[in-house]
Design a protein around this ligand. Structure first.
Ligand SMILES: [Zn+2]
Length: 132
């Protein structure tokens, strides 16, 4: 059994094998499909060909199934979805919505259990964690 990656709203799977599939919306309201890696620390991404963003652009991630907004309520630079591991333990994976920013936090019971990426320091001390 592999980890399951699910939308916090509709609880449907949002991965296809080792890719997380999300809808991204840029600041001009253009939408595209984005694929992220399930492997922690791998920030390589793929986009649908009609969607353009450049490093530093802020996007909003949406669930590909129910279109729920995955942005954090307190800090819309961050988004999250849920992971259920082999032992059925559920955690929250929080990541940046700024393209090119490398930071990932795994939250269990409102505590950061794991974190990855060169840009971690940007968010680690803020109060966003209290609102997820
Ligand atoms: Zn959903």
């Amino acid at each position: 059994m592999k980890n399951r990656y699910i939308c916090p709203k509709c609880r449907n799977n949002i991965n296809i094998e080792n890719n997380i599939v999300l809808i991204a919306k840029n600041e001009f309201d253009q939408k595209g499909i984005i694929m992220l890696q399930t492997k922690f620390g791998d920030y390589s991404t793929k986009f649908s060909s009609d969607f353009t963003i450049i490093e530093g652009d802020k996007v909003k991630f949406l669930c590909p199934v129910c279109h729920a907004n995955l942005s954090n309520l307190k800090n819309d630079c961050l988004a999250s979805f849920n992971i259920i591991d082999q032992s059925k333990k559920e955690s929250l994976l929080v990541f940046s919505q700024i393209y090119g920013e490398k930071c990932t936090y795994v939250i269990e019971d409102k505590v950061v259990k794991k974190s990855f990426g060169d840009d971690l320091g940007k968010y680690i001390d803020s109060d966003w964690i209290l609102l997820i």
